[in-house]
Design a protein around this ligand. Structure first.
Ligand SMILES: Cc1cc2nc3c(=O)[nH]c(=O)nc-3n(C[C@H](O)[C@H](O)[C@H](O)COP(=O)(O)OP(=O)(O)OC[C@H]3O[C@@H](n4cnc5c(N)ncnc54)[C@H](O)[C@@H]3O)c2cc1C
Length: 335
């Protein structure tokens, strides 16, 4: 199996061994056996936040595919292998609110606590009640409550420390057909409403999917702008806004300001679609969003690394700000 077939950006060489874990028991036992044998391990969910090098992976790749899903009143408990967007759709159908702004995000449930997935003013940590995880060091399965997960800006204890395998996640939602106040200006504008307005939850989902599609942020096999990992870089947090970036979109942060990485990239001279002139030209910025690096067909991981390194160097040269990748790299690094 090639990792390019398991990742949304469609790069990555062969896996030495490959297994699909259809149940939680299978997942734990595959991980336990690999660790006991000293086999290198790579867990893959939807592959939507993962870039694997052209050499592939010299070990066991496990595709998470456990699939239990229960709704008990307002507590939704879902296995790591369930597609995230189907959870959003089914909870809305069941009359629940709380995750509608996270509609249309690719990947599986297990990925959501790892980088505290967020969009349109909502974060996984807003509704997450607990995570059940297998600890590869102690061999124990334990339940982690939200406050123990050290959630941050696209990060959590699970992102920083790969000893844990997420088995299932529980979310506490609201039994409501109306959303909380929309809060997020772009969403409210798109719905011709104000940020303090509420709207039917199903309408919020539809509006979010429309907005995301316009930006190439909903997977579509026929659209190369979506052959990506979504936002390639995290919005950087800086203590002071650089003089040349005073017009950048920004948000207050406890360590200063969070700047829009998309703005920095665009204003450093890299417009939408940029990249045909860099390296082989098979990897370019999305034609819809400067923060997405995309595979135009036949790109290699090396093509992506060259483009990403070039963009990062250009932003640093102009603004003195270093961009860090949001996605995970396996056997590859920025050129
Ligand atoms: C078009 C597009 C739009 C996107 N939009 C957004 C967005 O709006 N907001 C946002 O936050 N993200 C976004 N993303 C990024 C991505 O969808 C999320 O990070 C998603 O949660 C990743 O889940 P996954 O199942 O695909 O994880 P994968 O990419 O398969 O894995 C990511 C990392 O987590 C590890 N991992 C996966 N599952 C487990 C598990 N069960 N236990 C332990 N480790 C595991 C992997 O080893 C890897 O290191 C977008 C991506 C794309 C392609």
């Amino acid at each position: 199996m090639n990792l390019s077939e398991l990742t949304t950006i469609r790069v990555g060489g062969p896996a030495r061994e490959y297994a699909v874990a259809e149940t939680t028991e299978e997942l734990v036992s595959l991980v336990k056996d690999a660790d006991a044998a000293g086999t290198e391990l790579l867990i893959v969910g939807g592959g939507s936040n993962l870039v694997v090098g052209d050499v592939g992976f010299d070990g066991l790749v496990i595709k998470v595919a456990n699939n239990q899903f229960t709704i008990a009143d307002d507590l939704v408990t879902v296995d790591a292998g369930v597609e995230w967007d189907s959870v959003v759709a089914q909870t809305i159908e069941a009359g629940l609110s709380g995750i509608e702004q996270l509609s249309g995000i690719p990947g599986l449930v297990g990925g959501t606590p790892i980088q505290n997935v967020g969009a349109y003013g909502a974060l996984t940590s807003d509704t997450l009640e607990y995570v059940t995880a297998y600890d590869r060091e102690s061999g124990a399965v334990a339940r982690w409550l939200r406050d123990d997960l050290e959630f941050g800006n696209r990060t959590s204890i699970f992102k920083r420390n790969r000893r844990y395998v997420v088995l299932d996640v529980a979310y506490r939602l609201q039994r409501e057909t109306m959303s909380p106040p929309l809060r997020y200006a772009a969403l409210a504008n798109h719905m011709n409403m104000s940020v303090t307005d509420s709207a039917p939850v199903a309408d919020v989902r539809q509006a979010v999917i429309e907005l995301r599609s316009m930006r190439g942020m909903v997977l579509n096999p026929d659209d190369n702008d979506t052959w990506s990992v979504g936002s390639f870089f995290v919005n950087p947090v800086v203590p002071h806004v650089p003089e040349l970036a005073v017009d950048a979109q920004r948000w207050p942060d406890e360590h200063g300001f969070k700047l829009s990485a998309a703005w920095l990239i665009e204003h450093a001279g890299f417009p939408k679609g940029y990249g045909k002139e860099v390296g082989t030209g098979r990897a370019t910025l999305s034609t819809k969003h400067t923060l997405a690096l995309t595979n135009r067909g036949g790109a290699t991981a090396q093509d992506l690394m060259v483009l990403a390194g070039h963009i990062r160097a250009g932003v640093h040269a102009k603004y003195g700000v270093t961009l860090y990748p949001e996605c995970d790299f396996v056997n590859c690094a920025l050129a």
